[in-house]
Design a binder for this molecule. Sequence first.
Ligand SMILES: Nc1nc2c(c(=O)[nH]1)N[C@H]1C(S)=C(S)[C@@H](COP(=O)(O)O)O[C@H]1N2
Ligand SMILES: [Mo]
Length: 387
Amino acid sequence: MEDMKVPSVPPPLRPSFSGRLHDARTAVSVGRLLGAAIAICFVTGVVSHYLQHPPGWAVDALPSRPVWGYRVSQGLHVASGIAAIPLLFVKLWVVYPRLFVWPPVRSIRHALERVSVAVLVGAAGFELFSGLLNTVQWYPWPFSFVPVHFAVAWLLAGGLLLHLAVKWPKTRSYWGRRSEGTVKLAAEGDAADRRSLLRGLAAAVGAVTLTTVGQSFTPLKRFDLLAPRHPDHGPQSLPVNRTAAAAGVTSALRSMAGWRLEVVGPRPFQLGLDELRALPQHEVELPIACVEGWSKNAHWSGVRIRDLLERAGAPAGARLRAVSLEQHGAYRVMEMGSDYAHDPLTLLALRLNGQVLSADHGFPARIIAPNRPGVLQTKWVARLEVL
Ligand SMILES: Nc1nc2c(c(=O)[nH]1)N[C@H]1C(S)=C(S)[C@@H](COP(=O)(O)O)O[C@H]1N2
Ligand SMILES: [Mo]
């Protein structure tokens, strides 16, 4: 590769690289796998963001089907992000000799290219690192995760497109086995080393994927050794993200005798737990799909939200707001568009997997709706408002 040529008179402290794997063909082979992982991660991340924080005009346009849509999309988001970690390390190892190119800046174009690579590497490292820590709910930084992770994702996407555009002529000449650059390198006899590196990389990606993907892809749950959640660990065979104790609702739950669901609308009303149980009950099979990557199907039963809306005199197309007993916390208030609110599968659930909801799963009543991020499946519901 032209810009990796050893200069005729190297400065004294410049390291020299003799390994054959720092070549353009290896960079392209690893880079396109990394690019594919980042592309999946970016698209699913944008989907997740807009399902959680839809702009006002889009609230009613979000679809409540397929019921498993968010589950698959967010499972892919976290799996592709985790797979990208070994890919990024190997890609950086392959190209790091370029840090020492001499002279460090050859032209304005070269300087801009190096700056854009720095932005790309920084953004990729930040996204994968912050995302991984988010899956274990560890936030060792002063900013709030969601907006920053979202903003830097655009920086990463832009940086990646720019990088592809700048490098395209060269990338193309090393793309296939028969490409001109590859053929030239092969004549120098390094194909076997490259194959070993790529096999090792495939093994690493396979290992991190296999030991984490079971958190959302239940057929592989036996191998779920490294993910923070296991689909079978939790009360009533369902993991818990935030317990009743962590949400500070345990004392409120102790005096549940006085609990009444308040429904606010053109014809407001209140119902005690026994009255809710006396209404027509519906059963649904729907997943909780946490934004942090774990998901699991469960069997829910309770009252249809649309029946409650109708009783409150909600006009057609009305939206819904649910407010939790929880006093603090980002997820105590939730809104849903009319598609979700009127879906026959959207329930105010009272039972989970054949039992009364446990405190950690949202007793006395929680929201469960199809194709929604877990953060919007509000627990410990106190009030429903017709909007
Ligand atoms: N009121 C309230 N509801 C909540 C939460 C919360 O912190 N407070 N956490 C949400 C998140 S992040 C998830 S993934 C689901 C988890 O539901 P589960 O604990 O029943 O599995 O509940 C959601 N509902
Ligand atoms: Mo969650």
